[in-house]
Design a protein around this ligand. Sequence first.
Ligand SMILES: Cc1cc2nc3c(=O)[nH]c(=O)nc-3n(C[C@H](O)[C@H](O)[C@H](O)COP(=O)(O)O)c2cc1C
Length: 386
Amino acid sequence: MDAAALQRQGYSVAALRALAQKRLPRMVFDMADGAAGDEITMRRNEAALAAIELAPKLLEGAPNRDQSVELFGVKLTSPVVIGPTGLAGLLWPHAELAAARAAARFGTIYSTSHASTSTIEEIGAATSGPKWMQVFLYKDRALTAEFAARAASAGYKALILTVDNQVTAGRDRDARNGMTFPLRWGPQSIVDFMSRPGWLMRMAETPSPTFVNYGARTSIGAFGPLMAQQLDPAVSWSDVEWLRKQWQGPLVIKGLLHPDDAREALKRGADAIVVSNHGGRQLDGAVASITALPGIVDAIGGAAPVMIDGGFRRGVDVVKALALGARAVLIGRPHLWGVACAGEEGVFWVLELFRREIDRALALGSWDSLAKLDRSIIFHANGAAR
Ligand SMILES: Cc1cc2nc3c(=O)[nH]c(=O)nc-3n(C[C@H](O)[C@H](O)[C@H](O)COP(=O)(O)O)c2cc1C
């Protein structure tokens, strides 16, 4: 899809999602779009954001609007960061390299997932932009330590420890589509793949993306059993302290929803946290991230940056999170829709869409800087600010 068509047809994240759906086999689209269980938490993320009502005070003048933010000493063009998403290489050949390049060009962070289909080192070398590396605490702690050491050597700025993935999730759409590891090939999946010839032709470049960070340890078929064996429901705060000792740079803990956990994270050495329910892909029934955010911001009291993800589809969603105390927002699915439509240009466009929408919202609210976004701009039925 060329740039003009991308911008004309992909005029919003929702429009890009619809375009991606037409381009991807159902099995691949659902892998990215779906969530755990009945997908209640996934829907709740978007619904809770939609329910927040803004109450701007107008005619204060905002001719120039600055949406840049700083994270760990790095200045970003906008408060939108690309979060870690595994298996992106099923949507577009070398999707992670494309997305990392787009992020660097745009001026934001790219987060590499443990389950990327290009290696930690390849993504590290693809751009000079700031990158974060995501890891889990495995039963074999040496494997976690190895990933952290590789990220350090490859020049990653921060390590993200995702803590809401203690077991593999139950995702009904994947079960229905046979998107299991090992993959179950059958007439249904073959028809599905054949129905998307454009995708099939593109993917001929990388016919069988695998979890390359695990090297010889795994093919795509062996990954499920490896994860089942390595993910550790026994992880505890002392393991966070252990990881803190393995990694010199900023440590970000992702997947917290409780204020007590946020406080504990800082005590154990975290430098920032991401309020997240994994886009509804882990514990179905968990609170919407945006609902959990204010309590966590209050618990931490400015001691460390608080970030958030889950359901952010519009620039104005980002404005709401910043008003409730977030420093930045991570996006997962939106950048995958961009990459599925147009590779690097698609991801760049998604970042640009968010930037434009944030800028428009700032102008419409008479807010000339992100510092103006605080709880006083959130409307409550009784008229009082939170
Ligand atoms: C296809 C896909 C793969 C993901 N893989 C990972 C992962 O490997 N590690 C991780 O910490 N989070 C992973 N996530 C969760 C995202 O980092 C993020 O928390 C979530 O997508 C945010 O919600 P959103 O998609 O509504 O923006 C994944 C999400 C998706 C959609």
